[in-house]
Design a protein around this ligand. Structure first.
Ligand code: ZN
Length: 493
């Protein structure tokens, strides 16, 4: 599985001018690879396919993003834990559907040095099996429920399709998986709602547009009762699963003998749910918000929120440098993540560099600004400039952050509504869905035969379904009006 990777055009330490001229709309794959490289998010030169080295800037962005999710989970009484990475085959294989779903894409350890192991060890593709085999020791009675846990771990899947940094990898970095345990199926259903709320809030914070669909029963995750997927679209037109919120019912509980004692003293199986996000979310943030100058990072997760660029004139450097340092100190003290770029590059080169890295706000300070007690603040998203008295910088930056968020959200929504189309008939799909990009919805009665027929008719795979807001739709396959929901189709990552 060691695949040769092309060498980069320039070395990492190169601090010369950064040029970025790939049209994102016309050539998203190249844009994405180049954007990640120029911004120094991950280094893809590691000689294993789908496994990348995270660079300081990228890893910080990832950590900042994950911190938001931790806060959301903690606020809803989830507790952080850690479970081992290796799973003995005897445990891995206990839930047969899970085994069927994951054994083909799991890495397996068979040797320690030269000695064959007595039992195969699976490297976790996800942690249901290892966790549930242990949590059965932790749950005794109804008083121990609900139990809501999460862990942040790397998981490994032998991905055979083309990999792409963050979006599809073999080592998934910082997979944040929550697993919950409940007394009744009703409690598990409510937990699914909470999981959907948590994720909605998270994706809203990142300004990622999404659609929540229920997965078709015949496509549901191995070992699950039902699940909901958060779906978005990346700029090459493919749908992408952001996250799944899964109701496992009692399937795993039965396989792992996870029981609790009820108030009456009976023993019942626990009901479970799980949900997870990963580095993929950061890939989607970059893919959706970036432009032809490079990344645009939301202030919330930008490793550097503000960059200060001095505009020096020969012989008048000192007052400018002094004021830049004062502004740096002041903004840092206020809790902003600030960088003062006092390198020997030209201002233009610095602009390119920090724009490519997606820094939300740039502050420029020249001799005339020093005299006027002002600074020029420039927004990354629109390029809008404002001359601001230094005393009012904080207010101005906070406002700029809000406005950047607003623009990213609006742009994201506009982008998304152009890529998620709604039709009434397959005829309409054939006439209007000519570019075949993004996702589309058709009315559907709930019958598997109808779904399969529609899928075949328009030649696009199904994704999931959700209720219509209004009524009066007719199944695009059989014409029935009862129980009609919107069935979504699209090519996905
Ligand atoms: Zn039908």
């Amino acid at each position: 599985m060691a695949d040769k990777k092309p060498k980069r055009e320039e070395s990492k330490g190169d601090s010369s001018k950064v040029t970025f001229n790939i049209d994102k709309a016309k050539n998203f794959p190249d844009w994405y690879d180049r954007a990640i490289e120029v911004a120094q998010m991950v280094d893809t030169r590691y000689p294993l396919k789908g496994m990348n080295a995270w660079m300081p800037y990228g890893f910080k962005a990832l950590k900042l993003m994950m911190r938001q999710m931790e806060m959301l989970l903690d606020a809803k009484d989830h507790h952080e834990v850690y479970f081992p990475m290796l799973v003995p085959e005897s445990i891995f294989g206990k839930e047969s559907e899970f085994l069927k779903g994951f054994s083909g894409e799991s890495f397996v350890v068979t040797h320690a040095g030269k000695n064959p192991l007595t039992e195969k060890l699976y490297i976790r593709p996800t942690s249901e099996t290892v966790m549930y085999s242990m949590v059965r020791e932790w749950i005794r009675s109804f008083a121990d429920l609900p139990l809501k846990l999460y862990q942040t771990v790397n998981v490994f899947r032998y991905e055979t399709r083309m990999t792409r940094p963050m979006l599809r990898v073999r080592e998934v970095v910082k997979f944040k998986e929550a697993h919950t345990f409940h007394a009744t199926s009703k409690d598990a259903d409510s937990q699914i709602k909470e999981g959907i709320e948590i994720y909605s809030e998270f994706f809203d914070m990142l300004m990622i547009p999404y659609l929540v669909v229920k997965t078709l029963p015949w496509d549901t995750f191995a070992g699950a009762e039902y699940n909901f997927d958060f779906m978005s679209v990346i700029p090459d037109g493919k749908g992408i699963e952001l996250a799944s919120v899964i109701n496992l019912g009692t399937k795993f509980a039965k396989a792992y003998d996870l029981k609790y004692e009820t108030e009456k003293g009976d023993h019942e199986y626990v009901h479970q749910t799980c949900y997870g996000i990963s580095e993929r979310e950061l890939g989607v943030v970059m893919a959706i918000h970036g432009d032809n100058k490079g990344l645009i990072l939301p202030p919330l997760i930008a490793p550097i929120q503000i960059v200060i660029v001095p505009i020096y004139f020969a012989g008048r450097e000192d007052p400018v440098r002094k004021m830049c340092n004062e502004v740096l100190g002041k903004l840092t003290k206020l809790g902003f993540r600030v960088e003062f770029d006092d390198s020997g590059k030209t201002p233009g080169e610095k602009y390119y560099k920090w724009e490519a890295r997606g820094v939300p706000v740039r502050i420029e300070i020249g001799p005339r600004d020093v005299e006027a007690g002002k600074a020029v603040s420039v927004r990354r998203d629109t390029g809008a400039k404002a001359s601001v008295p230094v005393a009012e910088l904080e207010k101005s930056i906070r406002l700029a952050f809000e406005e950047i968020n607003k623009t990213l959200k609006e742009n994201g929504q506009r982008y998304f509504s152009a890529r998620v189309l709604h039709f009434a008939t397959t005829k309409e799909v054939k006439e209007k869905y000519t570019e075949r990009l993004g996702m589309l919805g058709l009315p559907w009665c709930g019958d598997q035969g109808c779904a399969k027929k529609l899928e075949k008719d328009i030649d696009i795979p199904t994704i999931g379904f959700k209720p219509y807001e209004g009524k009066g739709q007719k199944c695009a396959s059989c014409g029935k009006t009862a129980g009609v929901t919107e069935l979504f189709f699209g090519r996905t990552y």
